[in-house]
Design a protein around this ligand. Structure first.
Ligand code: ASC
Length: 132
């Protein structure tokens, strides 16, 4: 409650940065580096963040260009609730699916799921994140 806008932006950016590290760990495994145990840890970390309710860090008005710390969050995030909800739900589902298969050792399934999960990240970037 009463999260300051700058704090909310920092918290959400840290969550995405941490997920990027874990996506990279899963990718490293598909490329022959890192053990299955590391994949399980990485997938669980991503799923935990996906399930953490981080949507509430997009506090109203915390879009770019409003004088806050640097953010690329487009104003559409705050006006297109239905679209954001859809991609957020797909992200959640794919993150949970990733956690479910991470320990199976099925390399093809892992690679396919990494693609599906990454596609939800990209979908949000394409629509709701300003170009760098
Ligand atoms: C990643 C990562 C993203 C997404 C995106 C997918 O590993 O850090 O932001 O996947 O690149 O296109």
């Amino acid at each position: 409650a009463n999260l300051k806008v700058d704090e909310a932006i920092k918290y959400r950016q840290s969550a995405y940065t941490f997920m990027a590290w874990n996506m990279g760990r899963i990718r490293a495994n598909t490329e022959g580096e890192l053990s299955r145990d590391e994949v399980v840890k990485a997938a669980n970390a991503i799923a935990a963040i996906a399930n953490s309710g981080l949507g509430s860090l997009f506090v109203p008005g915390s879009d770019q260009g409003k004088g806050w710390i640097e953010t690329r969050a487009k104003s559409e995030i705050f006006t297109d609730g239905a679209g954001v909800g859809k991609v957020a739900m797909r992200f959640n589902q794919e993150a949970n699916a990733m956690a479910a298969i991470a320990g199976t050792g099925d390399a093809a399934a892992l690679k396919a799921q990494l693609g599906k999960l990454g596609a939800t990240c990209k979908s949000c970037h394409d629509n709701y994140r300003a170009k760098a």
